[in-house]
Design a protein around this ligand. Structure first.
Ligand code: ZN
Length: 246
């Protein structure tokens, strides 16, 4: 059986809350964490997502202030829970936005699992979504240099027994979450499909403020309802209230 450890790899000083909550809290900002998820008890030492680049690059490419202390350096955060980057053989990427897909170079022995639809969209996003993949002014996204290391899947796929990539188009057209079987039921790493606990705890659930198709968002929320016992959100500091799940 598996457990899930959330790793804190950076803090946005003032993320507009409406990024996570469709048309709500338009004037509100909050301190938003960036998370890498480590799934213990897996053959491949599976991680979910890579986190954002270093603060200077975040500021330059996105205009955001991100705080990253020593312990929030991805290497240090992994080391603190006993994960050696060289031993990581699988990284599941929920999507290819800049704050989740920087750090390929740290994992020289890993494959990176992405949905076909996400890769296609990331290579040619709508103009309004381009900065989320390539920054502003547009620069190179790191995944472009790692195309040969991507494992491209289409739809739901068992990655290892008890760990399943689940296609949930929502925050992006090719988004995937990760369902993990644990002693206490099925946890679902929802990433930015569910930005905050509040998005999930409110019924009907609150869609992300970033999406292409709202109907997909609602359909995917229904799918999460069907398959998950517990949901872990993408940018909520409350995930660190516990060192691991379950
Ligand atoms: Zn994000």
């Amino acid at each position: 059986m598996h457990s899930i450890i959330p790793l804190d790899v950076g803090t946005f000083d003032a993320l507009p809350k409406q990024t996570c909550t469709y048309r709500m809290y338009r004037e509100v900002t909050y301190r938003a964490p960036c998370v890498i998820w480590s799934i213990t008890g897996t053959r491949d030492n599976i991680l979910v997502d890579l986190g954002p680049p270093d603060p200077p690059r975040v500021l330059e490419s996105q205009g955001f202030v991100m705080l990253r202390g020593e312990r929030q350096q991805p290497r240090a955060a992994l080391q603190a829970v006993g994960v050696d980057p060289c031993q990581v053989r699988t990284v599941i990427l929920t999507h290819l936005h800049w704050d989740h897909a920087w750090g390929f170079h740290l994992f020289e022995n890993a494959r990176f699992i992405i949905q076909k639809k996400e890769l296609e969209y990331a290579l040619s996003p709508l103009p309004c979504h381009r900065p989320a993949y390539y920054g502003k002014p547009p620069g190179q996204a790191q995944f472009v240099d790692y195309l040969d290391r991507l494992t491209v899947i289409e739809g739901d796929a068992v990655v290892e027994p008890g760990v399943e990539a689940v296609f949930i188009p929502s925050h992006t057209p090719g988004f995937q979450g990760v369902a993990v079987d644990t002693e206490k039921g099925r946890y679902f790493i929802a990433g930015d499909a569910v930005g905050l606990y509040e998005c999930w705890e409110t019924v009907p659930h609150i869609p992300s403020g970033i999406f292409n198709n709202l109907e997909d968002c609602y359909r995917s929320a229904d799918k999460i309802e069907r398959i998950a016992d517990h949901v872990l959100p993408g940018h909520d500091a409350r995930v660190f209230d516990r060192p691991s799940y379950p």
